[in-house]
Structure formats: C-alpha cells, structure tokens
Design a protein around this ligand. Structure first.
Ligand SMILES: Cc1cc2nc3c(=O)[nH]c(=O)nc-3n(C[C@H](O)[C@H](O)[C@H](O)COP(=O)(O)O)c2cc1C
Length: 191
C-alpha cells in the first residue's frame, strides 16, 4: 500500500469474503502487535485472542451450527450456507475476547471492554494497511454460552466480543461512503 498513513487509515473498510493467502507469521505478528498499541487504563491488557486456522475454521463453523441447534436457536439454512462459504475460504479466524477480571475494581468494567475493542480496531487497521481484508462479526454464536465455553471465554471472568476473519479480499470493493463527521459533533458551550 503506497498511501500516506492518514490515507491508509481513512481508506479502511471491512472485507468479509476473503481467501488465501492469509497473513504469514510475520504479518500476523504485526497485526497482533498493532492490537497491543490500544489505549489501556491501568495496564489492564484485557484483550484476548484465539487463533483458529486452516481446517479448524470449518470445524468451528460446524460446531456453531450444532450449538445453535442445541440452544433451540437453529440457524436458517440460508444463513448456514452463507456462513459455510465464508469460512470455507477464510484462511484465518480470530476469536476476540475481553478479560473482565472482576476482582480488579480499579475502574469500571466498560473500560476493559473499550480497550479490548480498541485493540480489535487497531488490528483491523493493521490488516488493511498490510493489504488484507478483515471483518469483525458477532455471528458464529458469540452470545451462546456453549460457544463461549468451548473457547474458554465465559463470564464473569471473560466476555466474548466476536470473531475476526482475515485474508485476501476475493473481490475488489469500492470504498464506502463515510458520513460527514459534522453530523455527530456538538460544541460546548452551545452558540
Ligand atoms: C462489534 C461488531 C460486531 C459486528 N458484527 C457483525 C455481524 O455479525 N454481521 C455483520 O454483517 N456485520 C457485523 N459488524 C459490522 C462489520 O464488521 C462492518 O463494520 C460493517 O459491515 C461495515 O463495514 P465497514 O467496517 O467497512 O464500515 C460488526 C461490527 C462490530 C463493530
């Protein structure tokens, strides 16, 4: 990518449908190191990631289908098909979690969740800057206790924040229109 850093940042967009190649070991290390640069109150370092690679990605998808069924929330066939074709091609899937560490009462829980979310965003940015497509999803049974248990991210100790797929975008995607920041801005004191 031959953009200036700010151009690279402003051109980030999600890409769900990705295939091989995924990041190699060095590129994955850079993506994870970008996560470590997230702002973090009290050095809580609350971000946690589980790498799911290769055939394990498809296996994990099938586990989710069974977990949804067992929870009495079966996925519609169309959704299963979409999920299967997404996962069949994705070279890398990360489970994203926050260590809530409820014994640590120094600051409110939300500060850990925000720091973990900021780490995920830094990783999305890094993947994009390295030329990969990445996508944050709270599909794949994020809110199902059986999925949280399988990954070892159960409450009250942890919270599962979703999944990130990373790979080479399968099709060129136009940059989406981004909103005018003025829409979201107020001034204080008001004029
Ligand atoms: C916490 C979180 C969870 C998300 N979960 C989903 C999801 O399950 N399915 C989905 O289609 N998009 C989901 N998204 C949205 C996509 O990751 C992506 O941000 C969206 O498609 C907009 O694309 P953009 O990032 O290029 O603006 C989620 C986003 C966030 C922040």
């Amino acid at each position: 990518m031959t953009a200036t850093p700010i151009e690279a940042l402003l051109s980030r967009r999600s890409a769900k449908l990705v295939g091989a190649p995924g990041p190699d070991a060095e590129q994955l290390d850079l993506i994870l190191r970008a996560g470590m640069t997230a702002p973090d109150h009290g050095r809580a370092q609350p971000w946690r990631f589980t790498l799911i690679e290769g055939p394990a990605i498809v296996e994990f998808g099938e586990f989710v289908v069974r977990a949804q069924e067992a929870a009495g929330q079966p996925m519609p066939e169309q959704k299963i098909n979409t999920m299967r074709s997404w996962l069949a091609q994705a070279p890398l899937l990360l489970a994203l979690a926050c260590h809530l560490n409820p014994e640590d009462k120094r600051f409110p829980e939300q500060e850990r969740i925000l720091a973990a979310g900021a780490a995920v965003t830094q990783m999305l940015n890094a993947a994009h800057i390295l030329g990969f497509g990445a996508f944050w999803s709270t599909g794949l049974g994020t809110y199902l206790p059986a999925v949280q248990q399988e990954l070892g991210y159960t409450e009250p100790e942890h919270r599962l924040l979703g999944f990130m797929s990373i790979g080479t975008p399968l099709r060129a995607m136009p940059s989406p229109m981004r909103p005018d920041p003025a829409t979201f801005i107020r001034r204080w004191p008001q004029a």
